[in-house]
Design a protein around this ligand. Structure first.
Ligand code: GDP
Ligand code: ZN
Length: 298
């Protein structure tokens, strides 16, 4: 039997939707996936075979380049943080921890400042430009900047994150006109005690590529996906890299030490102070994390 390749765009109750060169098809997973307790998730590239009865069966998982738990997605090319300077304003710390996860997993980062009709968010743009992270200013209300965002995400698998109320649903709606998504849907579902059962789905962009959409993706989930050792946190801040290794003390953690080249770069303004503050906060949050706790954590 010939094996073909496909991309999982959604999975519900053991039934998967695959995007394949010959269109979208439904498939089940071979029993081996259940036995090995291997959960297939959107973004997974797999091989499948057509059975004589005309149904498709997933036979193998092609090794993942990366994966996130929330949103549950694999092989992401870009993680977009939607931020806003207008209420509800986005905290630097939220942005930095998401970007740190992305950087550590080798996923491209993009900062997209929404609600530019109310506040263009020049400070956000200035800080992240200095940190070497690309930024876009958009307005979901008028549609300004949305084509530029679509162009950026073209041909890639991406996920949007951001604090509740920042405009994620509105942006998705602009980018995926065929998809019905209620504005305010995410915020509503985040109400205490409410349980969101819908899982991540990849939506095809008109220009090619996919966006992962996870209803209920909240700040809480972002904190849960952060699992690393304190001494590795600097990998999540790529603009620190040129200075690491030149500090006075070997084993410098770059938080408060004298003769720290990272801190000197902050003092000179070469590294934004807010980025370093987030770094220190993350290190502090992770001070009790040990290697054995991270075993098997993606
Ligand atoms: P989400 O929780 O991140 O999905 O945010 P929503 O898309 O539900 O948007 C929250 C609120 O902000 C809604 O009332 C939107 O109409 C409003 N909103 C979204 N984008 C913009 C924008 O660019 N400008 C303005 N003025 N309001 C916006
Ligand atoms: Zn240092």
């Amino acid at each position: 039997m010939t094996s073909m390749e496909g991309l999982i765009i959604r999975g519900i109750g053991g039934l998967y939707t695959l995007d394949t060169p010959s269109g979208t098809i439904d498939a089940r997973a071979r029993g081996i996936f259940r036995h090995e307790n291997l959960r297939l998730i959107p973004g997974d590239r797999i091989t499948y075979e057509m059975l004589p009865d005309g149904t498709a069966v997933i036979t193998e998982l092609i090794p993942r380049r990366n994966m996130l738990i929330r949103p549950s997605a694999a092989n992401l090319d870009v993680l977009v943080v939607i931020a806003s300077a207008a209420p509800p304003a986005t905290e630097f710390y939220l942005i930095d921890r998401v970007f740190a996860v992305a950087a550590c997993k080798g996923i491209e980062q993009l900062l997209c400042v929404n609600k530019c009709d109310l506040d263009p968010g020049d400070e956000l743009v200035e800080v992240y430009t200095r940190a070497g992270i690309p930024t876009l200013q958009v307005c979901a209300e008028t549609g300004d900047g949305i084509p530029a965002l679509a162009q950026w995400l073209r041909g890639k698998i991406s996920a949007l994150t951001g604090n509740s109320g920042v405009g994620k649903s509105s942006i998705l709606q602009k980018m995926l006109p065929d998809r019905t998504l209620q504005v305010g849907e995410l915020s509503e579902k985040l109400g205490r005690g409410k349980h969101t059962t819908r899982s991540t789905e990849l939506y095809a962009l008109p220009e090619g590529g996919y966006i992962a959409d996870t209803p209920g993706f909240s700040e809480f989930d972002v904190s849960r996906l952060f699992t690393m050792l304190r001494e590795d946190v600097w990998h999540g801040f790529p603009e620190f890299a040129p200075y690491v290794g030149y500090c006075r003390y070997t084993g410098c953690l770059h938080t408060h030490e004298d003769g720290c080249m990272v801190r000197e770069a902050v003092a000179r303004g070469d590294i934004p102070a807010s980025r370093h503050e987030s770094y220190v906060r993350l290190c502090d949050e992770l001070k009790d994390t040990r290697a054995w706790m991270l075993k098997d954590k993606p």
